[in-house]
Design a protein. Structure first.
Length: 257
């Protein structure tokens, strides 16, 4: 059993607090950008456009993630405290909301430059596990999105929460949704098994949704929502939706001439 009591603030510059959660986003986007530019992108035109695309991507992630969390996970609270929607530094981002934001941003960018949006979405899918990994590590440090009670030898007590021994579900997700998902997608990319734009995006949605659905069994449900139909969490239900979308997208692109 391990005890966790990290300070959510990584360091402070005068009165400015730099939080681990903010650093996770910064490093996730930075390493993802380098990975795409240095390794993944082969086409010169896409290479030159990618820096501009990153601006769209960042806006899509932040707006989509925050609005997704606001409407899906804590709408009643933010309806009473609307000004706090802008306080993203306090945490509260939805992965699925961010995903929708990325899709919208990619669509707008592709229309502007008259390019298939899945060229960019596949690059995002291949690099997204990097950001997911850093995000889950930040969740662990912040003692948030913690696991359900357990007696396993590697259980963790989050002293900022309570004295209950819990699954370190954030680390489970960092491994499966971050490291393992990255390696699988990298393998398919290198072997060129999925050549049509959109197939990598579909595979990402399928695998992420499966991992997320399973790992939610080790994670405590959001207290303001709890368990829903069939004792599933909201994260599991929305993962099922995105799993269906991923399967549809994968086979649609596979059968596209």
């Amino acid at each position: 059993m391990f005890t966790i009591n990290f300070d959510p603030v990584a360091f402070q510059i005068f009165s400015l607090e730099i939080r681990w959660y903010s650093l996770a986003y910064i490093f996730g986007i930075l390493f993802g950008w380098v990975y795409c530019k240095k390794i993944l992108i082969k086409d010169r035109y896409i290479f030159n456009l990618f820096d501009d695309f990153i601006t769209y991507l960042i806006i899509g992630i932040i707006l989509g993630g925050r609005l997704g969390y606001t409407f899906f996970y804590n709408f009643e609270y933010y309806l009473k405290n609307p000004i706090e929607i802008l306080m993203v530094w306090n945490g509260g981002m939805s992965f699925h909301g961010g995903l929708v934001g990325v899709v919208v941003a990619s669509k707008l960018f592709s229309i502007k430059h008259k390019i298939n949006q899945f060229v960019f979405l596949d690059l995002v899918a291949l690099s997204a596990p990097i950001g997911i990994f850093f995000g889950r590590i930040a969740n662990f440090i912040n003692s948030e999105l913690y696991g359900r009670a357990t007696e396993v030898p590697w259980s963790v007590q989050f002293l900022l929460i309570d004295n209950i021994k819990r699954h370190p579900s954030q680390l489970y997700e960092a491994f499966f949704e971050g490291i393992l998902l990255f390696l699988i997608l990298r393998y398919f990319f290198e072997k060129k098994f999925l050549k049509k734009p959109g197939q990598i995006s579909g595979l990402f949605l399928i695998l992420y949704s499966i991992f997320r659905f399973i790992l939610e069994f080790f994670r405590s449900p959001d207290p303001q929502i709890g368990y829903l139909i069939f004792d599933l969490t909201f994260g599991q239900l929305i993962s099922l939706v995105f799993l269906i979308i991923g399967i549809f997208l994968f086979f649609k692109k596979k059968n596209t001439n």
